[in-house]
Design a protein around this ligand. Structure first.
Ligand code: NAG
Ligand code: NAG
Length: 379
């Protein structure tokens, strides 16, 4: 009798949770969440207030498993958590708020679910920087409080996802300089178009390496705007000022060594941002740039129908923002490392042709915001 009551209570609880959490993303046929809700990495709408936008990116990197993942077995060496997310990376150690605020040792990352490990699940989106490493490389040393301007809520940055003037199209490329940047620069040059590159000093490329420095220099010299994407592609919504400041400063130093100045524009990796980060970044003089149009190019690498898949995502975004073509200005997201040579010009050439024909003018992020080039950089 007691067991039955417990089971009934548990079933009611599950039903209550299910009722509040509509499904979304990969796990639900790629549907978006209603009412500006975010799509969590478990494919449910919920109130992760700290992470805005791009729930989809989460679902792309997190392998599902077990009962919740259609019976799938985790990739090599990973454990299947009770929530059906692959975790562990060979380690079952707990960390973060879920693990008594413990930090991961040995250069491991603390995942969003509070497991130590070193897979993209642990080190990527929602990696908890307060409790371990995040991103690909080692982190710069923390900057003690007092060594950077104290964040001032009155100076908080706004998270900008669109432009100020109509009829313009800003192509932006994240995560470079990668091995693919030369191809993108060739395409842009052929079409006489200026774009924006949000650069990581240490991610796909390494700004201590001559080849990557030369590619960044070429992008700048050919008239493209250069912005920052943090040093090592961390989720800045899980960090604090002590750890965020060196991510910005060291990246700026590496960029300045190549182009002679520091970028003012920055894009949060994964489009993940919270008020604390906006306050710090605004106080430190950054403009924080998102996007309103995303083909999710990185999910389509190597697929034969990658143009159609990109188009499908564009259609969904254009509907979401109620775009009126060619009036609504568009700030797009592409990734530097997505190969563009699989067909003549690939996705980027397709977008240029299509939106040029519709009457769009291609601009940098700065032009899109009507911001004078003098404000795009500082010494
Ligand atoms: C972990 O840290 C948070 C924030 O500082 C605190 O509220 C919480 O009580 C801590 N938990 C434990 C188990 O120490
Ligand atoms: C940020 O987190 C680190 C690591 O947990 C800690 O040492 C530092 O004191 C924190 N800084 C602030 C401003 O809270």
């Amino acid at each position: 009798m007691l067991l039955r009551a417990v089971l009934a209570a548990a079933a009611a609880l599950v039903a209550a949770v299910a009722a509040q959490e509509a499904r979304c993303g990969r796990q639900a046929g790629n549907i978006a969440c209603a009412n500006s809700q975010c799509c969590s990495y478990l494919g449910a709408t919920n109130g992760f207030a700290a992470t805005s936008l791009v729930g989809q990116a989460l679902t792309a990197v997190d392998p599902r498993c077990g009962r919740q993942g259609g019976g799938a077995v985790c990739p090599k060496g990973l454990c299947c958590s009770s929530l059906g997310g692959a975790s562990g990376g060979g380690s079952n150690a707990r960390c973060g708020p879920q693990g008594g605020n413990a930090s991961c040792g040995n250069g491991l990352c603390c995942s969003f679910l509070g497991f130590c490990g070193q897979t993209e699940v642990h080190c990527g989106l929602q990696c908890q920087l307060l409790f371990g490493r995040c991103g690909l490389g080692p982190l710069p040393p923390p900057a003690p409080v007092g060594s950077f301007p104290t964040p001032d809520p009155a100076k908080a940055a706004r998270y900008i996802t669109g432009c100020n003037k109509g009829g313009v199209f800003a192509l932006t490329f994240d995560d470079g300089p990668s091995v693919n940047i030369g191809l993108i620069l060739d395409i842009l040059k052929r079409n006489n178009i200026k774009a924006t590159f949000f650069i990581n000093g240490k991610n796909r490329g390494d700004l201590n390496v001559a080849k990557d420095k030369a590619n960044l220099k070429r992008a700048f010299d050919e008239g493209h705007q250069i912005g920052s994407h943090t040093l090592s592609h961390i989720d800045i919504s899980t960090t604090n000022e002590t750890l965020l400041f060196p991510q910005m400063k060291v990246n700026d130093d590496l960029i300045k060594a190549v182009i002679g100045k520091r970028p003012v524009y920055m894009r949060p990796p994964f489009g993940s941002v919270n008020q604390r980060a906006l306050t710090a970044l605004g106080t430190w003089g950054y403009k924080v740039i998102g996007w309103n149009l995303d083909s999710k190019d990185f999910e389509h690498i190597g697929k034969p129908d990658f143009i159609q898949l990109g188009e499908d995502n564009y259609q969904a975004d254009l509907l979401r923002i109620s775009a009126v073509l060619p009036k609504t200005s568009l700030m797009t997201l592409q990734h530097d490392y997505v190969p563009e040579d699989s067909q003549a010009g690939g996705w980027v050439q397709h977008v240029i042709d299509k939106f040029k024909n519709l009457g769009y003018k291609f601009v940098t992020a700065g032009e899109c915001l009507g911001d004078s080039p003098a404000n795009w950089y500082r010494d």
